[in-house]
Design a protein around this ligand. Sequence first.
Ligand code: ATR
Length: 286
Amino acid sequence: MVQLISADQYGVIGDPISHSQSPSIHKLFAQQLGHSIDYKAYHVSENQLESFIYEFRKKGGRGLNITLPHKTTALKYVDIINPRAKEADAINTLIIDEEKIIGDNTDGIGLINDLEINFNQSLKNKRILILGAGGATLGILSPLLKREPKNILVANRTASKAKIVTSKFKSNFSLDACGINELDSEQIFDIIINATSIGITKQSINFPSFIITENTVCYDLSYSYEPTLFMRWSVENKAKLAIQGWGMLIEQAAASYCLWRDKKPNTSSILKQLNINASSQVLRRL
Ligand code: ATR
């Protein structure tokens, strides 16, 4: 169980958890800022979730990242839910003190920062297609809408699920939903985001290739040490740029770190420090 030690304690909880890069990322942030923190990955199953969170607080823990499959269940154990977590119906960050536990969600801002800051892709007035309508889509929709894109279309294998997800958002901008099989070749997209689980479950791509034009930027929310299948498929179909989600992972971590310690780490060198090959993170059309 959790041990009391002098450095401020943080951690990430999930099931499974061994693959998590969060301890390495947060240690690099702390080193960079000269902070002394203890950040560990904890394997926590669904039935241990409540007791783990309260025990962690009792032992002086200051913050937790929450990963799959607890992002929605953990909402039950917080005193205050920040608006972006409420909109996403999921939390990835707990800010903990003796009196209260605050739940927040930095996934969406992680994506936005990666696209806007690291890849210089403004979202304003852009035509955005999101493939998939699960938890990942729910986490990014509200922050994307706030960037005032021209429109966002959520296309899902199961059309009804896309409609349910988009109906949660009231927006001045055009937000629409359809089935992937209802997409048509007249529609043009500046940015296509793969928020399906095909990368995780290693399924083949069954999206229509006409959704991509020469000016399309494709972003895969999943990440891997090699270019993902979606990235390869995107550039094979002439997308100008295909990016995978390492940057989003690092940026969401930086946003969580800032919530906990009020200092924003510099993220520019982290990818290299994690030994992630920059050339596998981005593919450009030749
Ligand atoms: P997450 O929380 O990671 O988004 P999820 O809630 O299980 O995971 O959602 C997975 C998403 O990937 C869903 O939108 C799913 O489509 P359905 O709602 O039709 O199931 C989508 N998905 C999974 N496999 C897919 C495939 N082979 N082709 C297209 N979409 C797929």
